[in-house]
Design a protein around this ligand. Structure first.
Ligand code: G1P
Length: 294
């Protein structure tokens, strides 16, 4: 069965990006000139997703507006013969169908996903978290979709290896190894201390889920951080039916924090032929100017 819908939770307050997030949605902060959320939606669209469901909170209108048409700006660009820019913004405005639902209180990722229950209407769906930008020629979420199809529509969770000391930052999975990339999951734990972590396989925000998850989410108690955790629901699901973990191919940037954001910005500036030369020149000049020896 084709997966047509993706839930993207964007209700978080973005406290790691204050003061910018005092007045702008974190998702709109750009890497060079492209908002971070653009990369997440693009990954979903390239994987064949037809509808994005944003789980939002107050102050996130700009994210919905970004993917809408802006007729006034289009008319302005047309009048001023800025055809390249006109095409660019028209394309963004017609990229994909967008709907949204409010999460009225920030009670955790599990609670956020539950808010979209009525919008996925009994179909398998994708979940992509906006803090994780994953770069690969075949989108990470598409790789998970393919495994799900191969496994008769089973849920599939994207994983990557992390240093053992970092397990407390992620949901961590364990299970039976089926091949070099696939595991049949037996357990998922939210942010375990390194000494309690069953493995170092972390879940950087890419999931293919099936509707049974909602009934579980409706009944779980609060978990780590006193929040309703998607991880806890998946942990229950994998004990009831086969759920797979898949080590996707691709480079992941943790743009939810300033260090990861900076790393992504440098990488994107270097790989884009339009910015590469200027970036290297500036970097050399600034390193010298500040008296830094490498
Ligand atoms: C969330 C999830 C966690 C996942 C992480 C990926 O945590 O709860 O399981 O590994 O995203 O970024 P958060 O980073 O929102 O605290």
């Amino acid at each position: 069965m084709k997966i047509k819908k993706a839930i993207i939770p964007i209700a978080g307050k973005g406290t790691r990006f204050l003061p910018a997030t005092k007045e702008i949605a974190k998702e709109i902060i750009p890497i060079i000139n492209v908002p971070m959320i653009h990369y997440i939606v693009q990954e979903a669209v390239e994987a064949g997703i037809e509808q994005i469901i944003f789980v939002t909170s107050s102050g996130k209108f700009s994210v919905e507006d970004y993917f809408d048409r802006n007729l006034e700006l289009e008319a302005y660009l047309e009048r001023n013969n800025k055809i390249k820019e006109l095409e660019l913004i028209r394309k963004i405005g017609s990229m994909v169908e967008i709907t949204s639902v409010r999460q009225k209180e920030q009670l955790g990722l599990g609670h956020a996903v539950l808010m979209a229950k009525n919008m996925v209407e009994g179909e398998p769906f994708a979940v992509l978290l906006g803090d994780d930008i994953i770069v690969n020629s075949k989108p990470a979420i598409k790789q998970l979709m393919e495994v799900s199809v191969e496994k008769n529509g089973a849920p599939v969770i994207g994983v990557m290896e992390v240093p053992k000391e970092d397990t407390a930052k992620y949901g961590i999975v364990a299970g039976e190894v089926l091949d070099s990339r696939t595991l049949k999951m037996s357990e998922m734990v939210e942010k375990p201390n390194p000494k309690d972590a069953p493995t170092n396989l972390a879940t950087p925000g890419r999931y293919i889920l099936t509707p049974e998850i909602f009934e579980i989410l409706e009944n779980i108690p609060r978990g780590a951080g006193n929040e309703y955790q998607l991880t806890d629901a998946i942990n229950i699901l994998c004990k009831r039916k086969p759920v797979y973990a898949y080590k996707f191919e691709g480079e992941r940037f943790d743009t939810g924090n300033v260090d990861g954001y900076l790393d992504a910005t440098i990488d994107f500036a270097l790989k884009n032929p339009e910015t590469r030369e200027k970036f290297i020149q500036s970097l050399k000049y600034r390193i010298k100017k500040h008296g830094i020896t490498l």
